[in-house]
Design a protein around this ligand. Structure first.
Ligand SMILES: [Zn+2]
Length: 65
């Protein structure tokens, strides 16, 4: 049981039907940080990301301008 594991960008790309470039761009845009872990899908140990963000990001900045 490995809590907190996610999926690598390659698998997320296949799941969402988007190119890897778009996935990584989206992840950085929403502030999802990758962690070195075993991918839940392909079992490769690489940078993985959680597909469903459940916790709010801390330090929210209201940027209106
Ligand atoms: Zn994977």
């Amino acid at each position: 049981m490995s809590a907190g594991s996610g999926y690598c960008v390659d698998c997320l790309s296949q799941m969402y039907g988007e190119p890897v470039k778009a996935i990584s761009g989206y992840l950085s845009e929403v502030g999802i940080v990758g962690h070195q872990a075993e991918c839940r899908n392909c079992r490769a140990r690489k940078e993985t990301f959680k597909a469903s963000p459940s916790s709010e990001p801390e330090g929210r900045n209201a940027e209106f301008g």
